[in-house]
Design a protein around this ligand. Structure first.
Ligand SMILES: [Cu+2]
Length: 99
Protein backbone atom coordinates (compact mmCIF):
# COMPACT_ATOMS: atom_id res chain seq x y z
CA UNK A 1 0.00 0.00 0.00
CA UNK A 2 2.80 2.40 0.90
CA UNK A 3 4.56 1.49 -2.32
CA UNK A 4 1.46 2.30 -4.36
CA UNK A 5 1.12 5.68 -2.70
CA UNK A 6 4.76 6.42 -3.33
CA UNK A 7 4.43 5.47 -6.99
CA UNK A 8 1.37 7.68 -7.34
CA UNK A 9 3.19 10.56 -5.73
CA UNK A 10 6.13 10.12 -8.08
CA UNK A 11 3.81 10.04 -11.09
CA UNK A 12 2.06 13.22 -9.94
CA UNK A 13 5.38 14.95 -9.39
CA UNK A 14 6.75 14.04 -12.80
CA UNK A 15 3.49 15.15 -14.44
CA UNK A 16 3.73 18.47 -12.66
CA UNK A 17 7.32 18.85 -13.81
CA UNK A 18 6.28 18.06 -17.38
CA UNK A 19 3.44 20.58 -17.32
CA UNK A 20 5.82 23.23 -16.05
CA UNK A 21 8.29 22.48 -18.82
CA UNK A 22 5.83 23.78 -21.43
CA UNK A 23 5.95 27.58 -21.37
CA UNK A 24 2.47 29.08 -21.61
CA UNK A 25 3.31 31.02 -24.77
CA UNK A 26 4.21 27.83 -26.65
CA UNK A 27 1.70 26.13 -28.92
CA UNK A 28 1.56 22.48 -29.92
CA UNK A 29 1.96 21.83 -33.61
CA UNK A 30 2.82 19.26 -36.23
CA UNK A 31 4.94 20.07 -39.27
CA UNK A 32 3.03 19.51 -42.52
CA UNK A 33 5.19 21.28 -45.08
CA UNK A 34 8.44 23.21 -45.16
CA UNK A 35 9.25 25.73 -47.88
CA UNK A 36 12.73 26.94 -47.09
CA UNK A 37 13.08 29.20 -50.16
CA UNK A 38 9.84 31.03 -49.42
CA UNK A 39 10.62 30.96 -45.67
CA UNK A 40 7.28 29.38 -44.93
CA UNK A 41 6.15 26.48 -42.83
CA UNK A 42 2.76 24.77 -42.76
CA UNK A 43 1.71 23.65 -39.31
CA UNK A 44 -1.28 21.83 -37.95
CA UNK A 45 -1.55 23.71 -34.70
CA UNK A 46 -3.50 23.62 -31.46
CA UNK A 47 -5.18 26.70 -29.98
CA UNK A 48 -2.80 29.70 -29.97
CA UNK A 49 -3.54 31.56 -26.76
CA UNK A 50 -1.65 34.78 -27.45
CA UNK A 51 -3.37 35.19 -30.84
CA UNK A 52 -6.76 33.92 -29.67
CA UNK A 53 -6.79 31.45 -32.58
CA UNK A 54 -8.39 28.00 -32.51
CA UNK A 55 -6.59 24.92 -33.80
CA UNK A 56 -6.21 24.55 -37.58
CA UNK A 57 -3.71 23.86 -40.33
CA UNK A 58 -2.15 26.96 -41.84
CA UNK A 59 0.98 28.57 -43.26
CA UNK A 60 3.31 30.66 -41.10
CA UNK A 61 6.25 32.80 -42.07
CA UNK A 62 9.72 32.28 -40.70
CA UNK A 63 12.36 34.99 -40.49
CA UNK A 64 15.18 32.78 -39.29
CA UNK A 65 15.64 29.75 -41.58
CA UNK A 66 17.87 28.06 -38.97
CA UNK A 67 14.60 27.46 -37.21
CA UNK A 68 13.19 25.31 -40.02
CA UNK A 69 16.48 23.63 -40.87
CA UNK A 70 16.22 21.52 -37.74
CA UNK A 71 12.65 20.41 -38.51
CA UNK A 72 11.26 17.62 -40.68
CA UNK A 73 7.75 17.04 -42.03
CA UNK A 74 5.85 15.00 -39.45
CA UNK A 75 7.72 16.43 -36.45
CA UNK A 76 5.60 17.18 -33.43
CA UNK A 77 6.74 20.51 -32.07
CA UNK A 78 6.14 23.27 -29.58
CA UNK A 79 6.38 26.67 -31.20
CA UNK A 80 5.93 30.32 -30.48
CA UNK A 81 4.33 32.70 -32.93
CA UNK A 82 4.05 36.48 -33.09
CA UNK A 83 2.25 38.96 -35.25
CA UNK A 84 4.89 41.10 -36.97
CA UNK A 85 3.79 43.77 -39.44
CA UNK A 86 0.57 41.91 -40.14
CA UNK A 87 2.27 38.58 -40.73
CA UNK A 88 2.21 35.57 -38.44
CA UNK A 89 5.81 34.65 -37.80
CA UNK A 90 7.12 31.57 -36.03
CA UNK A 91 9.74 32.87 -33.62
CA UNK A 92 10.75 29.63 -31.94
CA UNK A 93 10.29 25.89 -32.35
CA UNK A 94 11.45 22.80 -30.56
CA UNK A 95 10.69 19.14 -31.07
CA UNK A 96 8.27 17.63 -28.61
CA UNK A 97 9.38 14.45 -26.94
CA UNK A 98 6.91 11.81 -25.87
CA UNK A 99 3.29 12.02 -27.00
CU1 LIG B 1 -4.18 29.14 -37.36
Amino acid sequence: MKKTLFALLLAALSLAAFAQSIPTDMTEGEVRKIDRDAKKITLKHGPIKNLDMPGMTMVFQVRDTALIDKLTVGDKILFSVEQQQGALVVTGAEKRVGK
